[in-house]
Design a protein around this ligand. Structure first.
Ligand SMILES: [Zn+2]
Ligand SMILES: [Zn+2]
Length: 194
């Protein structure tokens, strides 16, 4: 009877000890997890967040600035642009852009357009196979404006070639009548350099 009680007590003690071990194991496991988790998060936060924050303001500025210039009127910084002037190629809002016979000018260059007689000096054909053939005309026009403030504008005339099923375009550079002779020569030189 005594032995039975002893065995019984031993069994209870062993059971309690096992329970304590299990609980301790569980606590250690939970503690280990709790201690490890924040560590991992901190380690992960430092390399990912900080460099992103460091780089992004500069990057955002670089990305934002041309967009602001490109899509907002150069006279009204809050007004979205609706198109660009054929002569200066700046973008303008609906109040600043003049629509004339499906051509667009800023107010200043609409006056330029209206005050002079214009003559078309090129009719350069490009096709889908040779899209770069007229590129030198656009570059010439841009150089004229940026370097010499000589106004000119490019019109593109499209023709659908039904037989071969492709679109031809004709790049037409228009210059002031007084500039015609001089600019025809300059354009020839420019094309030769190109
Ligand atoms: Zn303009
Ligand atoms: Zn405007």
């Amino acid at each position: 009877m005594n032995q039975f009680l002893q065995n019984y007590l031993i069994a209870i003690v062993v059971f309690l000890l096992m329970l304590i071990f299990l609980l301790m194991g569980a606590m250690i496991f939970i503690l280990f997890k709790l201690l490890n988790k924040p560590k991992n998060e901190v380690v992960a936060e430092i390399p990912t967040e900080k460099p992103v924050l460091k780089v992004s303001p500069e990057k955002l500025k670089l990305v934002e600035e041309p967009i602001v210039e490109k899509y907002y009127c150069i006279h009204h910084k809050e007004a979205p642009s609706v198109g660009s002037c054929l002569i200066c190629e700046e973008v303008f809002c609906v109040d600043c852009l003049v629509d004339h016979e499906s051509m667009h000018f800023c107010k200043e260059h609409f006056r330029t357009y209206a005050n002079f007689k214009w003559k078309q000096i090129t009719d350069t054909r490009t096709t889908p196979d040779t899209p770069e053939d007229g590129l030198y005309i656009y570059n010439f026009k841009r150089d004229l404006w940026l370097n010499k403030t000589i106004p000119s504008f490019v019109m593109t005339h499209y023709k659908i070639n039904i037989e071969n099923d492709y679109i031809e375009s004709f790049i037409q550079l228009n210059v002031r009548e007084d500039d015609v002779d001089k600019l025809i020569l300059e354009l020839e030189k420019y094309k030769a350099l190109d």
